[in-house]
Design a protein around this ligand. Structure first.
Ligand SMILES: [Zn+2]
Ligand SMILES: [Zn+2]
Length: 338
Protein backbone atom coordinates (compact mmCIF):
# COMPACT_ATOMS: atom_id res chain seq x y z
CA UNK A 1 0.00 0.00 0.00
CA UNK A 2 1.13 3.56 -0.65
CA UNK A 3 0.05 6.89 0.75
CA UNK A 4 -1.02 9.78 -1.43
CA UNK A 5 -2.20 13.28 -0.65
CA UNK A 6 -5.35 14.44 -2.36
CA UNK A 7 -6.59 18.00 -2.57
CA UNK A 8 -10.21 17.07 -1.84
CA UNK A 9 -11.72 20.54 -1.93
CA UNK A 10 -10.41 24.10 -1.75
CA UNK A 11 -7.63 24.31 0.89
CA UNK A 12 -8.27 20.74 2.08
CA UNK A 13 -5.57 18.10 1.61
CA UNK A 14 -6.18 14.56 2.96
CA UNK A 15 -3.72 11.67 3.20
CA UNK A 16 -5.19 8.47 1.73
CA UNK A 17 -3.95 4.96 1.00
CA UNK A 18 -4.20 2.83 -2.11
CA UNK A 19 -2.55 -0.06 -3.93
CA UNK A 20 0.63 0.56 -5.91
CA UNK A 21 -0.49 1.59 -9.43
CA UNK A 22 -0.05 -0.82 -12.32
CA UNK A 23 1.94 0.82 -15.13
CA UNK A 24 0.88 0.52 -18.77
CA UNK A 25 3.37 -0.78 -21.34
CA UNK A 26 4.69 2.76 -21.98
CA UNK A 27 5.00 3.68 -18.31
CA UNK A 28 7.41 3.09 -15.46
CA UNK A 29 6.82 3.37 -11.74
CA UNK A 30 8.63 6.14 -9.89
CA UNK A 31 8.99 6.24 -6.13
CA UNK A 32 8.65 9.93 -5.40
CA UNK A 33 11.09 11.44 -2.92
CA UNK A 34 10.53 15.20 -3.10
CA UNK A 35 7.84 17.50 -4.48
CA UNK A 36 8.07 21.28 -4.83
CA UNK A 37 5.09 23.56 -4.30
CA UNK A 38 4.58 25.90 -7.23
CA UNK A 39 2.61 29.11 -7.77
CA UNK A 40 0.25 27.26 -10.12
CA UNK A 41 -0.37 24.64 -7.38
CA UNK A 42 -1.36 27.50 -5.07
CA UNK A 43 -3.95 28.63 -7.64
CA UNK A 44 -5.52 25.15 -7.58
CA UNK A 45 -5.35 25.06 -3.76
CA UNK A 46 -7.23 28.37 -3.55
CA UNK A 47 -9.72 27.36 -6.24
CA UNK A 48 -8.54 30.14 -8.55
CA UNK A 49 -6.82 28.09 -11.26
CA UNK A 50 -8.58 28.77 -14.58
CA UNK A 51 -8.57 25.07 -15.63
CA UNK A 52 -7.73 22.71 -12.77
CA UNK A 53 -10.16 22.19 -9.87
CA UNK A 54 -10.10 19.79 -6.89
CA UNK A 55 -10.19 16.85 -6.41
CA UNK A 56 -6.62 16.50 -7.65
CA UNK A 57 -3.33 14.89 -6.71
CA UNK A 58 -0.93 17.77 -7.28
CA UNK A 59 2.86 17.73 -7.69
CA UNK A 60 4.56 18.43 -11.03
CA UNK A 61 8.04 19.28 -9.70
CA UNK A 62 9.23 15.90 -8.52
CA UNK A 63 12.33 13.84 -8.10
CA UNK A 64 12.58 10.23 -7.03
CA UNK A 65 13.93 6.84 -8.01
CA UNK A 66 12.78 4.14 -10.42
CA UNK A 67 10.63 1.77 -8.37
CA UNK A 68 10.33 -1.12 -10.82
CA UNK A 69 13.45 -1.90 -12.83
CA UNK A 70 12.67 -2.72 -16.46
CA UNK A 71 14.32 -2.83 -19.87
CA UNK A 72 14.56 0.98 -19.94
CA UNK A 73 15.75 1.86 -16.44
CA UNK A 74 17.49 0.09 -13.60
CA UNK A 75 15.70 -0.04 -10.26
CA UNK A 76 16.70 2.83 -7.91
CA UNK A 77 17.98 5.07 -10.74
CA UNK A 78 17.53 8.66 -9.54
CA UNK A 79 15.19 10.57 -11.83
CA UNK A 80 13.35 13.83 -12.34
CA UNK A 81 9.98 13.93 -14.09
CA UNK A 82 9.09 15.99 -17.13
CA UNK A 83 5.45 16.68 -16.28
CA UNK A 84 4.47 17.76 -19.79
CA UNK A 85 2.73 15.18 -21.98
CA UNK A 86 2.09 16.29 -25.56
CA UNK A 87 -0.12 14.38 -28.02
CA UNK A 88 3.06 13.27 -29.79
CA UNK A 89 1.67 13.63 -33.29
CA UNK A 90 0.88 17.32 -33.92
CA UNK A 91 3.40 19.58 -35.62
CA UNK A 92 4.44 21.21 -32.32
CA UNK A 93 5.11 17.84 -30.66
CA UNK A 94 7.00 16.69 -33.75
CA UNK A 95 9.11 19.86 -33.54
CA UNK A 96 9.97 19.17 -29.88
CA UNK A 97 7.59 21.82 -28.55
CA UNK A 98 4.89 19.87 -26.66
CA UNK A 99 4.55 22.94 -24.41
CA UNK A 100 2.38 24.54 -27.12
CA UNK A 101 0.56 21.34 -28.14
CA UNK A 102 -3.18 22.05 -27.89
CA UNK A 103 -3.86 18.55 -26.52
CA UNK A 104 -1.13 18.59 -23.87
CA UNK A 105 -1.75 17.32 -20.36
CA UNK A 106 0.40 17.86 -17.32
CA UNK A 107 1.34 15.37 -14.60
CA UNK A 108 0.23 16.94 -11.31
CA UNK A 109 -2.74 18.72 -12.88
CA UNK A 110 -4.79 16.69 -15.36
CA UNK A 111 -2.88 13.51 -14.46
CA UNK A 112 -2.06 12.28 -10.95
CA UNK A 113 1.04 14.04 -9.62
CA UNK A 114 3.91 13.49 -7.25
CA UNK A 115 2.05 13.89 -3.95
CA UNK A 116 1.83 10.10 -4.07
CA UNK A 117 4.55 7.73 -2.95
CA UNK A 118 4.59 5.81 -6.24
CA UNK A 119 3.23 7.04 -9.57
CA UNK A 120 3.17 5.64 -13.10
CA UNK A 121 5.00 7.96 -15.52
CA UNK A 122 5.31 7.63 -19.32
CA UNK A 123 8.86 6.42 -19.95
CA UNK A 124 9.50 9.34 -22.32
CA UNK A 125 8.89 11.72 -19.40
CA UNK A 126 11.67 10.26 -17.26
CA UNK A 127 14.84 12.32 -16.94
CA UNK A 128 17.59 10.09 -15.47
CA UNK A 129 19.98 11.78 -13.05
CA UNK A 130 23.44 11.08 -11.74
CA UNK A 131 23.86 9.51 -8.28
CA UNK A 132 25.28 12.84 -7.02
CA UNK A 133 22.30 14.94 -8.10
CA UNK A 134 20.69 16.54 -5.02
CA UNK A 135 17.13 15.19 -5.14
CA UNK A 136 15.71 17.63 -2.57
CA UNK A 137 16.67 21.07 -3.82
CA UNK A 138 16.85 19.50 -7.27
CA UNK A 139 13.06 19.90 -7.59
CA UNK A 140 13.98 23.43 -8.68
CA UNK A 141 14.67 21.93 -12.14
CA UNK A 142 11.04 22.53 -13.08
CA UNK A 143 10.59 26.22 -12.18
CA UNK A 144 14.14 26.87 -13.41
CA UNK A 145 13.19 25.37 -16.80
CA UNK A 146 10.21 27.78 -16.89
CA UNK A 147 12.66 30.63 -16.34
CA UNK A 148 15.20 29.41 -18.92
CA UNK A 149 12.40 29.11 -21.48
CA UNK A 150 11.07 32.59 -20.64
CA UNK A 151 14.55 34.13 -20.98
CA UNK A 152 14.82 32.58 -24.46
CA UNK A 153 11.66 34.45 -25.47
CA UNK A 154 13.32 37.78 -24.67
CA UNK A 155 15.73 39.69 -26.83
CA UNK A 156 18.10 40.56 -23.99
CA UNK A 157 20.73 43.07 -25.07
CA UNK A 158 23.87 44.23 -23.28
CA UNK A 159 23.13 46.57 -20.37
CA UNK A 160 19.43 46.05 -20.82
CA UNK A 161 17.22 47.05 -17.93
CA UNK A 162 15.23 44.01 -16.89
CA UNK A 163 12.32 44.62 -14.54
CA UNK A 164 10.75 41.60 -12.89
CA UNK A 165 7.31 42.00 -11.36
CA UNK A 166 6.83 39.72 -8.35
CA UNK A 167 9.53 38.29 -6.09
CA UNK A 168 8.04 34.81 -5.63
CA UNK A 169 9.70 31.58 -6.81
CA UNK A 170 9.51 32.28 -10.55
CA UNK A 171 10.42 35.95 -10.16
CA UNK A 172 13.43 35.27 -7.96
CA UNK A 173 14.67 32.34 -10.07
CA UNK A 174 14.31 34.59 -13.14
CA UNK A 175 16.35 37.28 -11.42
CA UNK A 176 19.09 34.87 -10.37
CA UNK A 177 19.27 33.14 -13.76
CA UNK A 178 19.19 36.31 -15.87
CA UNK A 179 21.70 38.11 -13.66
CA UNK A 180 24.07 35.14 -13.83
CA UNK A 181 23.82 34.58 -17.58
CA UNK A 182 23.35 37.99 -19.21
CA UNK A 183 25.06 41.34 -18.93
CA UNK A 184 21.94 43.21 -17.81
CA UNK A 185 20.61 45.11 -14.80
CA UNK A 186 17.83 43.33 -12.93
CA UNK A 187 15.41 45.03 -10.56
CA UNK A 188 12.14 43.95 -9.00
CA UNK A 189 8.71 45.37 -8.33
CA UNK A 190 7.19 43.81 -5.21
CA UNK A 191 4.69 45.08 -2.62
CA UNK A 192 5.02 42.49 0.14
CA UNK A 193 7.47 43.69 2.79
CA UNK A 194 8.78 40.18 3.64
CA UNK A 195 9.42 39.43 0.00
CA UNK A 196 11.09 42.81 -0.49
CA UNK A 197 13.42 42.08 2.41
CA UNK A 198 14.23 38.63 1.06
CA UNK A 199 14.86 39.80 -2.53
CA UNK A 200 17.11 42.55 -1.16
CA UNK A 201 19.02 39.99 0.92
CA UNK A 202 19.79 38.22 -2.39
CA UNK A 203 21.27 41.48 -3.66
CA UNK A 204 18.42 42.72 -5.85
CA UNK A 205 17.14 46.23 -6.06
CA UNK A 206 13.41 46.25 -5.27
CA UNK A 207 10.85 48.98 -5.95
CA UNK A 208 7.56 48.93 -4.11
CA UNK A 209 5.59 50.11 -7.09
CA UNK A 210 6.14 50.68 -10.75
CA UNK A 211 5.94 54.48 -10.37
CA UNK A 212 9.06 54.34 -8.16
CA UNK A 213 11.28 52.91 -10.93
CA UNK A 214 13.53 55.73 -12.15
CA UNK A 215 13.52 56.47 -15.90
CA UNK A 216 17.21 56.03 -16.52
CA UNK A 217 17.27 53.41 -19.22
CA UNK A 218 19.75 53.30 -22.05
CA UNK A 219 17.45 50.90 -23.81
CA UNK A 220 13.77 50.47 -23.21
CA UNK A 221 13.24 47.91 -20.47
CA UNK A 222 12.14 44.32 -20.78
CA UNK A 223 9.57 43.24 -18.21
CA UNK A 224 9.17 39.70 -16.95
CA UNK A 225 5.63 39.56 -15.59
CA UNK A 226 5.57 37.04 -12.74
CA UNK A 227 2.55 38.15 -10.66
CA UNK A 228 -0.59 37.54 -12.74
CA UNK A 229 -1.86 40.83 -11.35
CA UNK A 230 -4.03 42.63 -13.93
CA UNK A 231 -3.86 46.21 -12.52
CA UNK A 232 -0.07 45.90 -12.40
CA UNK A 233 -0.01 44.62 -15.98
CA UNK A 234 -1.94 47.71 -17.10
CA UNK A 235 0.64 49.88 -15.34
CA UNK A 236 3.43 48.09 -17.21
CA UNK A 237 1.71 49.06 -20.45
CA UNK A 238 1.66 52.71 -19.32
CA UNK A 239 5.31 52.70 -18.20
CA UNK A 240 7.61 55.32 -19.77
CA UNK A 241 9.93 54.75 -21.55
CA UNK A 242 7.61 52.16 -23.05
CA UNK A 243 8.64 48.54 -22.55
CA UNK A 244 10.49 47.02 -25.47
CA UNK A 245 9.08 43.63 -24.53
CA UNK A 246 6.80 42.19 -21.87
CA UNK A 247 7.37 38.49 -21.29
CA UNK A 248 4.39 36.88 -19.56
CA UNK A 249 5.55 34.07 -17.30
CA UNK A 250 2.65 34.14 -14.83
CA UNK A 251 -0.81 32.59 -14.82
CA UNK A 252 -3.65 35.09 -15.01
CA UNK A 253 -6.95 34.21 -13.34
CA UNK A 254 -8.98 36.46 -15.61
CA UNK A 255 -8.88 37.50 -19.25
CA UNK A 256 -7.08 40.72 -19.98
CA UNK A 257 -8.18 43.46 -22.35
CA UNK A 258 -5.11 44.89 -24.04
CA UNK A 259 -5.24 48.65 -24.69
CA UNK A 260 -3.88 48.44 -28.20
CA UNK A 261 -3.03 52.17 -28.36
CA UNK A 262 -0.51 51.65 -25.58
CA UNK A 263 1.39 49.18 -27.76
CA UNK A 264 1.25 50.56 -31.28
CA UNK A 265 3.21 53.82 -31.01
CA UNK A 266 6.12 52.04 -29.31
CA UNK A 267 6.07 48.67 -31.03
CA UNK A 268 6.00 46.99 -27.63
CA UNK A 269 6.05 43.20 -27.92
CA UNK A 270 3.89 41.15 -25.56
CA UNK A 271 5.31 37.67 -25.57
CA UNK A 272 3.77 34.64 -23.86
CA UNK A 273 6.00 31.95 -22.43
CA UNK A 274 4.50 28.51 -21.90
CA UNK A 275 6.25 26.02 -19.64
CA UNK A 276 9.37 24.60 -21.39
CA UNK A 277 10.76 22.03 -23.77
CA UNK A 278 12.80 18.97 -22.81
CA UNK A 279 15.89 20.93 -23.80
CA UNK A 280 15.09 23.63 -21.21
CA UNK A 281 14.54 20.96 -18.54
CA UNK A 282 17.90 19.35 -19.32
CA UNK A 283 19.58 22.75 -19.20
CA UNK A 284 18.03 23.36 -15.75
CA UNK A 285 19.15 19.92 -14.50
CA UNK A 286 22.64 20.65 -15.84
CA UNK A 287 22.85 23.94 -13.91
CA UNK A 288 21.63 22.27 -10.72
CA UNK A 289 24.28 19.56 -11.14
CA UNK A 290 27.04 22.16 -10.80
CA UNK A 291 28.11 24.41 -7.94
CA UNK A 292 25.89 27.10 -9.51
CA UNK A 293 23.00 25.42 -7.72
CA UNK A 294 23.94 27.25 -4.51
CA UNK A 295 22.69 30.47 -6.12
CA UNK A 296 19.27 28.92 -6.65
CA UNK A 297 19.03 26.91 -3.42
CA UNK A 298 18.93 30.21 -1.52
CA UNK A 299 15.18 30.39 -2.13
CA UNK A 300 14.35 26.97 -0.64
CA UNK A 301 12.80 26.80 2.85
CA UNK A 302 15.09 24.66 5.01
CA UNK A 303 12.29 22.87 6.87
CA UNK A 304 11.39 19.53 5.33
CA UNK A 305 7.59 19.04 5.31
CA UNK A 306 6.29 15.46 5.61
CA UNK A 307 3.37 14.40 3.45
CA UNK A 308 1.14 14.82 6.52
CA UNK A 309 2.12 18.50 6.59
CA UNK A 310 1.05 19.49 3.08
CA UNK A 311 -1.69 21.83 4.38
CA UNK A 312 0.86 23.56 6.64
CA UNK A 313 3.36 23.89 3.81
CA UNK A 314 0.74 25.43 1.51
CA UNK A 315 -0.38 27.86 4.22
CA UNK A 316 3.25 28.79 4.93
CA UNK A 317 3.86 29.68 1.30
CA UNK A 318 0.51 31.45 0.96
CA UNK A 319 1.17 33.66 3.99
CA UNK A 320 4.92 34.11 3.44
CA UNK A 321 5.52 32.72 6.93
CA UNK A 322 9.10 31.84 6.07
CA UNK A 323 11.59 34.27 4.66
CA UNK A 324 12.38 31.87 1.84
CA UNK A 325 9.70 31.21 -0.77
CA UNK A 326 10.00 27.60 -1.96
CA UNK A 327 8.52 24.78 0.12
CA UNK A 328 9.37 21.14 -0.56
CA UNK A 329 7.41 18.06 0.60
CA UNK A 330 9.40 14.99 1.59
CA UNK A 331 7.33 11.99 0.46
CA UNK A 332 9.35 9.56 2.58
CA UNK A 333 8.75 11.49 5.75
CA UNK A 334 5.45 10.41 7.27
CA UNK A 335 5.34 6.69 6.64
CA UNK A 336 6.85 4.16 4.30
CA UNK A 337 5.44 2.12 1.46
CA UNK A 338 4.02 -1.12 2.84
ZN1 LIG B 1 6.05 24.47 -11.20
ZN1 LIG C 1 0.86 17.62 -29.81
Amino acid sequence: MISFVQLESIKQFKVRQKEIPIPSIDEVLVEIKYVGICGSDLHVYHGSHPKVKPPAVLGHECTGIIYDGNEHFLENTPVAINPLIGCGVCKHCQAGEPNICVSRTVIGFQKEGGLSQVIAVPKNNILPLSEEFPLRTGVLYEPLAVVIHAAKQANLKKQQDVIITGAGTIGLLSGIYIQDNFDVTVSFIERDSKRIEFAESLGFHVYKQIDDVPMKTIQRPIFFECTGNLPLFKKILDYKPAAAEIIIVSTFEKELEIPIFALLPNETVIQGSQMYTEKDLKQALEILSTSKRYLYEEIVIKKDYSYHEVNTAYETVTNNNEKRVKAIINMEKGGRII
